[in-house]
Design a protein around this ligand. Structure first.
Ligand code: TMP
Length: 230
């Protein structure tokens, strides 16, 4: 049974576009699902998101950053994700627990075992059944982000709607987009290592391929898993 599907990847990897395309596809087949995101899947989460991503206003220490992401997740799971799953509605989530391991763990250097324990508390033990990791070289992702900030969206990427990563975007690069390329390299390597450790759950997709090609692969995988009742 696929109940929770998460989309992960570095900044500018196109995961939000792919999530939206999968939602459209499932809806067109009469399969209602709920799409949501982290941070920001609840009203409180939107406030936390604003604090986390706004660059330059206040200093945020690494533990503070971590606890803000966990607070966002704790609220999100209890207010949105668990009730949806309980009513039998599949959930498509733009980022989830793996982002904390990749960004705060591999990116910032926070202990991974501790993060796993904290993730379990925040997510109330919920783990994704399937995760699509949109992988691309850091420079490709960052240049897409720069284009988006300049108002010219890269070819094929959907503009953001409500609940997408683009909704309520801040002006200018956010706190993470301002990070050095080495930080984003560590995040990318972290995601890839997580995928190698759990190849059944985390599927790596080449995000440099055309959007339609990536979508086609995602459709096939989801169709197969739905058919198998996995
Ligand atoms: P987004 O731009 O994909 O919506 O994500 C917002 C930023 O938050 C992105 O740079 C990744 C970061 N992030 C973390 O650092 N840790 C987390 O646990 C999550 C969910 C996101």
């Amino acid at each position: 049974m696929i109940r929770l599907i998460s989309f992960e990847g570095g900044d500018g990897s196109g995961k939000t576009t792919q999530l939206q395309l999968l939602e459209k596809y499932l809806t067109s087949r009469g399969k209602l699902c709920l799409t949501t995101r982290e941070p920001g899947g609840t009203a409180l989460g939107e406030m936390i998101r604003q604090v986390l991503l706004e660059a330059g206003k206040v200093e945020i220490s690494s533990p503070t950053e971590l606890f803000l992401y966990l607070a966002d997740r704790a609220q999100h799971v209890r207010e949105v994700i668990r009730p949806a799953l309980a009513s039998g509605t599949p959930v498509l989530c733009d980022r989830f627990t793996d982002s904390t391991l990749a960004y705060q763990g591999y990116g910032r250097g926070v202990d991974l075992d501790m993060l796993r324990r904290l993730n379990r508390v925040a997510s109330d033990g919920i783990t994704p059944d399937l995760t699509f990791l949109l992988d691309c070289p850091v420079e490709v992702g960052l240049s897409r982000t720069r284009q988006r900030l300049q108002g010219s969206k890269p070819p094929g990427l959907l503009a953001g709607g409500p609940g997408s990563g683009q909704a309520g975007r801040l002006e200018g690069p956010d706190r993470f987009e301002r990070e050095k390329s080495e930080f984003h390299q560590r995040v990318r390597m972290g995601f890839l290592e997580l995928a190698r450790a759990e190849p059944e759950r985390i599927l790596i997709l080449d995000a440099t391929c055309p959007v339609s090609e990536v979508h086609e692969k995602i459709r096939k995988i989801v169709d197969e898993r739905l058919k198998d009742g996995q």
